[in-house]
Design a protein around this ligand. Structure first.
Ligand code: FES
Ligand SMILES: [Fe+2]
Length: 379
């Protein structure tokens, strides 16, 4: 069933065909640990990964830790107000330094109390006086590249990766009128799922399932692909007003000032490769951050952002519950179907399936992944 030469392009010829002739990725791409390991090496460790929002770390010393594909990373706001990313590994004997999120004046290792500053520099290391040729300056925390676009923090493990604005291509320009920089994340919720990360992002990027999976909630959606440049793709759903609340709910929250063109006329559903999803509406945006842990384990974090001016409104507290209701309902439906699909894919009887014309997003993602795992040197 699963071939021994997993990365031989001959196995993927049908995935490479145009959408209406194409098949899905073979089942082993979602179940085989070696395929997943190649994705970690060629995709996650080499590309920009969405890490969070700057407004989640408003004060000096605010930190959060993230677990990406087995790597733990600290994001912390320094005294100079800059947000930095560090490997969550002590430079002495590699103990994990921080867990969860919080605020700290320094980063103190829980093992032998080496103390690091918020800029990663080693400040104190009691007991090292007798060690010869020990230079604290050479023992700072290992810093990762972190760059920010419109309040969204991205991290890469690859020092040679192109700058974030090049990576994002025309996304910042196409979405400029949403003014993401003046938004604030009002809620985050996480789900630990038993499914491959690609299943979840594929699901988020296709509307074919909506009439079935979401028939009791958001209902059918009919999206159109929009041309993009850079490491992202998008589809657009025409709608006179926000679809971030359930169809039976009306909201009094206002549209974002200055939207025009397609941003004013509906919702964009976008994938920022490899594993971030943005839904951008006339009144708010939400993201899905997929943190893979194993071939069949993924943490999904949903974050919800509104303009500051909307959050200040007296009706916000009441109205936002309608949005939460919609996100909780639709996500629990997507979570269940993704785990169910993983179960089916794990069967020895699973085979590649044919795609519908309504699934360009699934085809984009499959081919984006193959471009990187089958040709290791492609940027
Ligand atoms: S492992 Fe961190 S101080 Fe020893
Ligand atoms: Fe869905």
């Amino acid at each position: 069933m699963t071939p021994t030469d997993l990365f031989n392009p001959d196995h993927y010829v049908d995935v490479r065909l145009p959408l209406v002739e194409a098949s899905t990725l073979p089942p082993w791409c979602y179940t085989n640990p070696d395929f997943y390991q190649r994705e970690v090496e060629q995709i996650f460790l080499k590309h920009w990964n969405f890490a969070g929002r700057v407004d989640q770390l408003p004060n000096t010393g605010d930190f959060m830790t993230l677990n990406f594909f087995g790597e733990s990373v600290i994001l912390v706001r320094g005294k100079d107000n800059a947000i930095r990313a560090f490997a969550n590994v002590c430079r002495h004997r590699s103990a994990r330094l921080l867990e969860g999120q919080g605020n700290c004046r320094t980063i103190v290792c829980p093992y032998h109390s080496w103390v690091y500053g918020l800029d990663g520099g080693l400040l104190r290391m009691k007991g090292m006086e007798g060690t010869s040729n020990f230079d604290p300056k050479e023992n700072s925390l290992r810093e990762l590249r972190a760059e920010i676009w419109a309040g969204f923090i991205f991290v890469t493990f690859d020092s040679d990766m192109s700058p974030l604005d090049e990576y994002l291509g025309d996304l910042p320009e196409q979405f400029k009128s949403y003014q993401f920089a003046s938004m604030k994340c009002v809620r985050q919720k996480r789900y630990d799922l038993e499914c491959n990360w690609k299943l979840y992002i594929e699901n988020a990027m296709e509307d074919y399932h909506t009439a079935t999976v979401h028939r009791g909630s958001i209902g059918n959606q009919d999206c159109v692909p929009v041309t993009t440049h850079g490491q992202w793709n998008t589809i657009h759903l025409q709608a006179a007003s926000t679809i971030a609340v359930l169809p039976e709910d009306n909201t009094s929250l206002p549209h974002i000032d200055g939207l025009h063109g397609l941003t004013a006329e509906g919702t964009y559903f976008s994938v920022i490769y490899p594993s971030t999803f943005f839904a951008t509406h006339q009144d708010c945006m939400w993201w899905l951050q997929l943190l893979p842990h194993a071939v069949d384990r993924t943490t999904v974090v949903i974050g919800s952002c509104f303009p500051e001016s909307t959050i200040q409104r007296p009706d916000f507290e009441f109205e936002v519950n309608k949005y939460y209701r919609r996100w909780d309902k639709a996500l629990s439906e997507d979570n269940a179907v993704s785990e169910r699909q993983q179960k089916g894919l794990s069967s020895t009887m699973s085979r590649p399936g044919r795609l519908s014309a309504y699934e360009p997003g699934v085809h984009w993602i499959a081919n984006w992944v193959l471009d990187r795992v089958l040709t290791p040197n492609e940027p």
